[in-house]
Design a protein around this ligand. Structure first.
Ligand code: SAM
Length: 270
């Protein structure tokens, strides 16, 4: 174990169990991962090499969606499952268009929180970070940092980007989204991306198997099931589509958009 890994262990970070946040960091070419993560990630990439591009497409979608919402006048963002800080973080994208945009970052992975807090040190008060578990959405909504930071009498965009596929059926994904939706005023938005097994079913099974030893299992769903998560929201154009198909502003990274493995959409609460 390297000195750095030992330091993390002393801070209570489990470096031996692959973490979904660190796996994603590895796909994106980040450095905040440990040997257990790299081994699992390489195993996944050997069966589903598109995962690396899917991760990049997912970040690109997140950026386009936040830009779209800021242009629509949204000034408040609740980003649940924010991930390790990388390029194009939500506050950076939103504040390019709305310098006063407020962002609350939530994650349940201690290493994500440690890095996010370090990144945000020295940033002015429009951004906050707090620990929270999406499986308890009521608690997230009541978190003092969230309540202090966001005004739920005005529209808020809730970002559930590449996180709902870590929620099992036992944790009732539809209830989670409904709880968040009911706390939002009219004119609020849901941004969601989610892995699907509709294509590449065999490879998806093998990839899912590797995630069984990670800190969260991977639960891929059908497009129909993912569409149901937007219940009570009106999908904005172009609806629920593969990542590169959502309001593209650049050339796609590949010809077949289904290779992005993840579908996405943005819904508006009427
Ligand atoms: C694949 S990353 C996505 C990061 C970012 N949203 C993006 O799309 O670029 C998933 C993130 O969700 C977090 N996560 C997974 N399950 C969670 C839960 N139940 N509650 C809060 N965060 C969770 C992980 O720690 C990780 O940071």
């Amino acid at each position: 174990m390297s000195v750095a890994d030992e330091e993390w262990t002393q801070r209570g970070i489990d470096v031996n169990t692959p973490s979904v946040a660190r796996l994603y960091d590895y796909y994106l070419g980040g450095k905040d991962n440990f040997p257990s993560d790299r081994l699992a990630a390489e195993e996944i990439l050997s069966v589903v090499p598109e995962v690396r591009i899917a991760a990049r497409e997912n970040r690109a979608f997140l950026g386009r969606a936040v830009r779209f919402l800021a242009e629509e006048g949204i000034e408040q963002f609740l980003d649940i499952g924010t991930g390790l800080p990388t390029q194009g973080n939500v506050h950076e994208v939103a504040q390019e268009i709305r310098p006063d945009a407020r962002v609350a970052y939530i994650d349940n992975d201690p290493i994500v929180l440690a890095h996010a807090r370090a990144l945000l040190r020295g940033i002015k008060g429009e951004v906050t970070v707090a620990s929270g578990d999406l499986r308890q959405p009521e608690e997230i909504l009541q978190t003092p940092e969230v309540r202090k930071h966001l005004d739920f009498s005005k529209p808020v965009a809730v970002l559930l980007v590449a996180i709902m596929h870590f929620i099992t059926e036992a944790d009732d994904p539809r209830r989670i989204v409904t709880t968040l939706r009911d706390a939002l005023p009219s004119g609020s938005y849901l941004v969601l991306s989610h892995g699907t097994h509709d294509n590449r079913t065999e490879a998806a099974k093998k990839g899912t198997k590797v995630y069984e030893r990670a800190n969260s299992p991977l639960v891929l769903r059908s497009r129909t099931e993912i569409r149901e998560l937007f219940d009570g929201f009106e999908l904005v154009n172009p609806g629920l589509v593969w990542l590169p198909e959502w309001r593209p502003d650049d050339f796609p990274l590949y010809d077949d958009p289904s290779q992005a493995l993840i579908v996405c959409g943005v819904g508006r609460k009427p």
